[in-house]
Design a protein around this ligand. Structure first.
Ligand code: ACO
Ligand code: ZN
Length: 300
């Protein structure tokens, strides 16, 4: 990933301890290279619509009256689920550069690793919004994805704002990234290194995704067909995940057995465990992705 360290705006130390965002006061986790005049104070006021930052609530209120994105974020709405009350916007780093830079700066407040802030043009940003009862949009989180991908990375950076965490939105974004990958007839994996929270979320997703795939593949096989023939490659095609991540998911599902004679590994289907894992996840009633609601074609 590209860092903003060569950028003249980047200063040494940020004092920002919390942000005011959409009526919430959110403690920051890490520093972010906001321009010096904004990072010398402990509170930063951020517009929830355009993600522009201000030194005072008064200036933010004045801005709100003329914010260009007060009714709708930039980019194209590519997914809208009116019963799940969520929408996803695809925002091009080249066309909406300032918005995407502000998005990356905001994300950096919750990310320890080096990340891009200014060089956003090579990326697409997928922004998740909650819809309230009046159909107003509320920023929940996002992930970025490189446009021209020569590697297998299908996600560069992911964030759920702390006020929305542990509600299944991170999982929604991860699943969404794989849905795009499958629509491209590809397989993908997130850019490394993953943060601790990133790893926890991905491990959980890989487990559930492989569990669903195994169950679905097995249920389509004719009953009494004897030995099941499922390969890692089948699971890759089904999930859009690369082989390493499929293996990671299988490990969590008691899904790998070693043949003591040959030393080779085979796939083991522990159906009661798959059922338990899937049922436990479904019980949480997190918002689900409905693939048919995605209106999207790859730009490449
Ligand atoms: N502790 C334990 N398990 C967790 C945690 C946690 N803090 N967060 C997620 N998980 C696991 C759990 O199994 C969780 O299910 P559960 O809450 O029902 O138990 C599952 O992942 C799904 O969690 P979500 O609610 O879908 O995830 P969330 O919306 O909280 O977002 C994310 C996860 C995006 C990683 C968030 O923690 C975040 O923004 N962190 C800061 C930024 C960051 O670290 N991003 C990842 C960097 S790596 C990269 O970008 C490639
Ligand atoms: Zn604004």
């Amino acid at each position: 990933q590209v860092t903003g360290e060569d950028n003249p705006y980047v200063h040494m130390l940020s004092k920002i301890e919390c942000i005011h965002f959409s009526g919430y006061e959110i403690d920051t986790w890490y520093t972010a290279p906001y321009p010096e005049e904004y990072s010398s104070k402990s509170v930063l006021h951020i517009c929830e619509h355009c993600l522009k930052y201000f030194n005072s609530g008064y200036i933010l209120n004045r801005h709100s009256l003329k914010c260009p994105y007060s009714s709708q974020p930039p980019g194209n709405e590519i997914y809208r689920d009116t019963s799940g009350r969520v929408a996803v916007f695809e925002v091009d780093g080249r066309k909406n550069t300032i918005y995407c830079q502000n998005l990356c700066l905001l994300a950096k407040l919750f990310l320890n690793s080096k990340t891009l802030y200014y060089d956003v043009e090579p990326f697409m940003f997928y922004v998740l919004m909650e819809l309230d009862s009046l159909n107003n949009y509320h920023f929940v989180g996002y992930f970025s994805k490189e446009k021209l991908n020569t590697t297998k990375y299908n996600l560069s950076c992911i964030l759920t704002l702390p006020i929305y965490q542990r509600k299944g939105y991170g999982n929604f974004l991860i699943e969404f990234s794989y849905l795009l990958t499958r629509r491209e007839y590809e397989m993908g994996t997130p850019e490394k290194p993953l943060s601790d929270l990133g790893l926890l979320s991905y491990r959980n997703y890989w487990k559930i995704s492989v569990a669903r795939a195994l169950k679905s593949i097995v249920s389509k096989m004719p009953s009494g067909s004897g030995l099941l023939k499922i390969s890692i490659q089948d699971l890759c095609s089904y999930t859009g995940m690369i082989a390493n991540d499929v293996v990671c998911g299988l490990e969590e599902l008691d899904g790998l057995v070693r043949n003591p004679d040959t030393g080779r590994y085979g796939i083991h289907v522990n159906m009661p465990l798959l059922d338990t894992v899937i049922a436990k996840w479904n019980k949480k009633r997190y918002v689900k992705i409905i693939p048919e609601l995605l209106l999207w074609k790859s730009v490449i």
